[in-house]
Design a protein around this ligand. Sequence first.
Ligand code: DX5
Ligand code: ZN
Length: 233
Amino acid sequence: MHVIAPSILSANFAKLGEEIVNVIAAGADWIHFDVMDNHYVPNLTIGPLVCDAIRPLTQAPIDVHLMVKPVDRLVPDFAKAGANIITFHPEASEHIDRTLSLIREHGCQAGLVFNPATPLDYMDYVLDKLDVVLLMSVNPGFGGQKFIPSTLDKLRAARARLDAHQRDSGHRIRLEVDGGVKIDNIAEIARAGADAFVAGSAVFGAGRDDDAHRYDTVIAALREQLAPFVNPR
Ligand code: DX5
Ligand code: ZN
């Protein structure tokens, strides 16, 4: 199945609980939770306290995207706060293998995030420790940026590596994409091999005039674009 993961970075933070309930009711699969520290990336967002506060509102997986340095200190806190998936940037951890193990030891799925210019090689020796590979299609730090087209080639390259790994080991790793995903480009992103799609401004931007029903319309439109692609699992 294709996963649609709205990023709450573009939600209305004054009524975050409502936004989460509404976006899940509208058909979202995961809640994408962007953690920024004004150090690894030039912006500051939310932490484990907020994850803990929203956890009772939904059964949907919470997909925590850590844009923080260092990483390890926050892993147990997010696991305790109910995160299901924790991804981090390899440049932000001194010991990538150790951080991946730490995430799994705390009962969460683990993933690596690749910035637009970060080579995929970081995944080579840790494939058995990965549940998710997340390719950034914008430079991390802000919502509402434009999709970087070279991500499509990178997605194809990542897809090939992950398919080869699945053939050898039987272990399937999700391929997620984050940044600038919209109704008009999600089909080509899926064609390039992604099977999980973060969409912030595309989803929450649509409800800005307080009409939460628009989330249904956008999510349905995103899914309609994905319909021609065979189930990648
Ligand atoms: C960017 C964040 C993204 C962001 C995506 O650093 O990691 O998750 O919220 O927002 P859009 O979909 O608006 O590009
Ligand atoms: Zn993100």
